[in-house]
Design a protein around this ligand. Structure first.
Ligand code: ADP
Length: 230
């Protein structure tokens, strides 16, 4: 569903230029749980930001349904993000003075789907916490609210940057299981950036980055193995 072709991203830092991505190509498919793995500084967040239209590449293409989003106007790129992309961050990014329901509802409303907020919270197991404020919730619960907020607008791309980075191992595993569940929706591609190699075990597709380059790209789900065999 999203193809990135020969993406280069350079950042200027004083007089120096840093190549965060050195010319990478990959396919992100709906119905799959894709994990981008690599050490800190390898370019994972930069790649995620390119997919989400948060930033533009220095060169290369990002094809979404055949259209190159790197060439869209600022307004059209904002529309692309709003309609197609749900983001989940390491530190949840919830609004402190809004309840769980309001946090989800505001995002859903922006996309014209306000009615989905309660359903989205039920779906992540928080039907009894809708009126709670973020500071009344555990880290795992806050991340569930953030996931509900991201999925309430039925995004084509659910992009998660170190979503378990602030959680203990057991809670993190539950969050990964929840994200995997959403990848089973054939209209959604779930992409998780992490430095935790354990997650590769439950992924359908693993992209390994090092120094801004893809060093391995493995598709491990049964369907693709069958397709390769044909
Ligand atoms: P990761 O997510 O794997 O930790 P990043 O994509 O955040 O890696 O960063 C890749 C490289 O690009 C790093 O060397 C980082 O310092 C650099 N970088 C990322 N964002 C910026 C920026 N806005 N300005 C300058 N350098 C940046």
């Amino acid at each position: 569903m999203v193809s990135i072709r020969n993406i280069v991203k350079k950042y200027k830092s004083g007089s120096e230029e840093i190549a965060a991505l050195g010319g990478i190509s990959a396919e992100i498919r709906t119905g799959e749980f894709t994990v981008i793995l690599g050490p800190s500084g390898s370019g994972k967040s930069t790649m995620l930001n390119m997919l989400g239209g948060m930033d533009r590449p220095t060169s290369g293409q990002i094809l979404v349904g055949g259209e190159d989003i790197s060439e869209l106007s600022e307004k059209k790129l904002t529309d692309y993000r709003r309609k197609n992309v749900g983001f989940v961050f390491q530190f949840y990014n919830l609004v402190e003075n809004l309840t769980a329901y309001e946090n989800v509802g505001i995002a859903a409303d922006l996309n014209g789907n306000a009615g989905n907020a309660a359903d989205a919270l039920k779906d992540v197991g928080l039907e009894k916490r809708m009126k709670s404020f973020p500071n009344q919730l555990s880290g795992g619960e806050m991340q569930r609210v953030a996931i509900a907020r991201a999925v309430a607008k039925s995004p084509k791309l659910l992009l998660c940057d170190e979503p378990t980075g602030a959680l203990d191992v057991a809670t993190g595993e539950k969050i990964f299981a929840l994200l995997k569940k959403y990848s089973r929706n054939k209209d959604t591609a779930v992409v998780v950036v992490t430095h935790n190699p354990e997650v590769a075990k439950i992924a359908d597709h693993v992209i390994r980055l090092r120094d801004g380059m893809i060093v391995a790209d493995e598709t491990v789900n049964q369907q693709s193995i069958e397709q390769q065999a044909v």
